[in-house]
Design a protein around this ligand. Structure first.
Ligand SMILES: Nc1nc2c(ncn2[C@@H]2O[C@H](COP(=O)(O)OP(=O)(O)OP(=O)(O)O)[C@@H](O)[C@H]2O)c(=O)[nH]1
Length: 398
């Protein structure tokens, strides 16, 4: 009799211990996202990021973050280890990058502003001068309509006000350029969504800087303390996924890619959104391929990527990347893309290498969509939000 009581007691104890264990585990799952950041600052060198196991979803891989990270000083660790340089970089905050990149914009674009100011400050502004002004604006890729509009308005203002004072002329030009670029556009990126990750598709022809832009944008978002996941849906160029994974791992952001060459980009994009949802990231950034040799093919492929992603989640932003140095050609590309997907914002890259800042006006006019970001160099933090006032200031800097 006593033995059976003892056995019953032992069985009850085991069941109780099991129950307490289960409660503890499920309690951990319910820990709010923000208190268990996806990429903890302190990890053991061999820790895996959540859900980062290779091949977990069939052909889709989630690239590991860099293995070694120095533990924080508060963690008990040998001194030498605590001082080791962290493998994950800290991206530059947006405010300081703006100040730094402004100088680059001034350097490449103020030729345009300076020659305009010089022309407008002449003692006599005759027909020849107005023609020269027109030419300068066209050379800056402002586009014919906007050039005519600006010249007409300036002509009128200069005649009515009769002022040749360079400061006054500069102010007029500044005002008119700001009006043309339209400060009314909402240039904020939609990178927050309610109860799910915000989904951003990045599209554009090859070579314009798409993959680089996704990488740079991930850094901007990480600097703003957002959890990000990347989707390498440019399955056309073999090295693109690797390139993207490298960008991501530098700032501790995982990348979803396919181990099958030429895999279906829509399925990689879907997997990235799926993984982002599972990991409760704030943003999913999807890089896409941009072959333009066949318009119908491109439209089919991009349309499909968007449709398939939409089975899982809304798409919050479609960013079209355009190379500022390609002028009119870029505008034609923009048109094709905007027919394929509903573009919500433009990223204008390589503005550091051209005096054709006027392309901002032409593109916005053509697509009715704002330039939201500008690329001003090949460095990892050379991407900045577009701001009309500072852009025009940089054009007209002395
Ligand atoms: N100077 C300058 N170079 C840039 C900028 N953005 C990108 N690049 C360079 O442009 C080149 C092409 O960039 P990628 O990101 O590979 O272009 P992509 O559009 O992804 O090309 P595909 O993957 O072939 O479709 C790289 O050498 C980049 O460093 C920029 O703002 N300024």
């Amino acid at each position: 009799m006593e033995t059976s009581v003892l056995i019953t007691f032992i069985v009850l104890a085991v069941v109780l211990v099991g129950l307490v264990g289960t409660l503890l585990v499920s309690g951990r799952k319910l820990t709010p996202k923000k208190t268990r950041r996806l990429y903890p600052e302190t990890r053991d060198a061999d820790d895996q990021p959540p859900g980062a196991a290779e091949g977990e979803d069939g052909d889709t891989l989630v690239a590991d973050r860099p293995a070694a990270e120095a533990p924080e000083a508060a963690v008990e660790a040998p001194e030498a280890e605590a001082e080791a340089a962290p493998a994950v970089e800290t991206p530059e905050p947006v405010a300081s990058r703006l100040a730094r990149l402004r100088a680059r914009l001034v350097k490449s674009n103020n030729v345009f502003g300076k020659s305009l100011l010089a022309l407008l400050s002449r003692d006599e502004i005759d027909e020849d001068v107005w023609e020269e002004i027109e030419e300068t604006l066209l050379m800056a890729d402002l586009g014919t309509d906007s050039t005519m509009e600006l010249v007409d308005t300036l002509r009128e203002r200069v005649t009515v006000e009769g002022s040749k004072d360079p400061q006054r002329v500069r102010a007029m030009l500044h005002e008119e350029l700001v009006k043309l670029i339209d400060p009314e556009f909402d240039r904020r990126l939609t990178v927050t969504a309610d109860g799910r990750p915000a989904v951003v598709l990045v599209v554009g022809v090859n070579g314009v800087g798409k993959t680089t832009t996704v990488g740079k944008l991930a850094r901007v978002l990480v600097a703003e303390d957002k959890d990000v996941i990347l989707g390498a849906a440019d399955t056309f160029r073999a090295a693109a996924a690797e390139q993207l994974t490298t960008w991501g791992s530098r700032v501790g952001v995982p990348t979803v890619s396919s181990d099958v060459e030429g895999a279906d980009p829509a399925s990689v994009a879907y997997d990235a959104v799926d993984k982002g949802t599972e990991l409760e990231t704030d943003v999913v950034l999807v890089d896409t391929a941009g072959r333009l040799q066949n318009k119908a093919n491109l439209m089919d492929e991009l349309g499909k990527v968007k449709r398939v992603v939409e089975k899982k989640s809304e798409v919050d932003e479609v960013l079209l990347v355009l190379d500022a140095t390609t002028g009119q050609n870029g505008l034609n590309q923009a048109k094709v893309f905007s027919e394929a997907v509903n573009v919500t914002g433009i990223v204008l890259t390589k503005l550091d290498g051209t005096a054709r800042g006027g392309i901002v006006v032409a593109i916005q006019k053509q697509l009715g969509v704002p330039v939201k970001l500008i690329g001003l160099g090949e460095g990892p933090d050379d991407l900045a939000p577009f701001d009309t006032e500072s852009f025009v200031d940089a054009l007209l800097e002395d």
